[in-house]
Design a binder for this molecule. Structure first.
Ligand SMILES: CC(C)(COP(=O)(O)OP(=O)(O)OC[C@H]1O[C@@H](n2cnc3c(N)ncnc32)[C@H](O)[C@@H]1O)[C@@H](O)C(=O)NCCC(=O)NCCS
Ligand SMILES: Nc1ncnc2c1ncn2[C@@H]1O[C@H](COP(=O)(O)OP(=O)(O)OP(=O)(O)O)[C@@H](O)[C@H]1O
Length: 199
């Protein structure tokens, strides 16, 4: 099974591109979604011990957590120390399930692929990218997003230019969905041609 690591900076179109792989029947795991899920369950007691004021009604309130991180960026390190091993363990379970189901390709959508060294755990790296102005416009449209939060998150991510340089494939999301869909379909057919079973 070919493991594809899908990454890209905030707002570049990872989730949208991941959905295009899923459309072709390829199993996809979304790390941001895994984190959000952990914040409603397994991670709650661990995060409550480190940051008691971000718990609301027994779950983690991501807005409160974001405010906490904006005030104390050093807390990212503690938080990531709790969250990333849990994400990693969910990732292994996902890959086992994908293998058991006979998938020839599986996609891991990992926003912090290069930052966490996850490129060593995947066979192929796909980076999603677009123009930085379009990226900013997309992100600032989101409810609860501020320029400050955008800059804080960007400052913790490997720059887009470097990501593109390290990619096996780049998907440009700046020209609409149909364009992205044909880029993804092309990547899938290249991978299937290269795979030992020939797909
Ligand atoms: C900072 C938090 C509270 C913001 O939550 P919110 O719902 O507003 O945003 P969301 O989770 O959708 O993330 C928005 C964007 O920021 C990126 N991002 C999230 N955490 C980080 C981080 N630690 N470093 C760099 N980028 C990050 C995401 O990948 C995404 O591109 C949340 O993302 C979080 O708890 N992050 C820490 C866990 C983590 O490292 N996640 C990254 C993927 S494993
Ligand atoms: N190929 C595309 N064509 C047109 N719009 C797109 C395309 N890809 C993404 N978008 C739009 O850009 C915005 C951000 O996309 P998406 O949520 O997929 O980004 P993301 O990289 O997953 O973001 P984050 O890193 O914050 O989770 C969305 O509004 C989405 O509809």
């Amino acid at each position: 099974m070919i493991i594809v690591g899908l990454t890209g900076s905030i707002g570049m179109g990872k989730s949208t591109t991941a959905a295009l792989f899923a459309e072709q029947g390829i199993p996809v795991s979304d790390s941001d979604r895994v984190v959000h899920d952990l914040y409603r369950g397994e991670a709650v007691p661990l995060i409550a011990a480190a940051f008691p004021d971000v718990i609301e009604g027994g779950v983690i309130d991501r807005n409160k957590l974001s405010e906490n991180l904006a005030k104390n960026p050093a807390n990212f390190k503690t938080l990531e120390g709790i969250v990333h091993p849990l994400v990693r363990s969910r990732e292994r379970a996902f890959l086992d399930g994908a293998r058991d189901s006979g998938a020839d390709i599986a996609v891991l959508d990992i926003p912090l692929l290069f930052e966490t060294g996850a490129q060593d755990r995947v066979d192929v790296v796909v980076v999603v990218s677009c123009d930085p102005e379009l990226q900013k416009e997309r992100v600032l449209k989101r409810p609860g997003m501020t320029e400050e939060k955008f800059d804080l998150i960007l400052s913790r991510q490997v720059p887009d230019k470097e990501k593109r340089a390290r990619a096996d494939f780049v998907v440009d999301t700046g020209h609409g969905i149909e364009s992205a869909r044909s880029q993804v379909d092309e990547i899938i057919s290249i991978l299937r041609r290269q795979s030992p079973t020939g797909g």
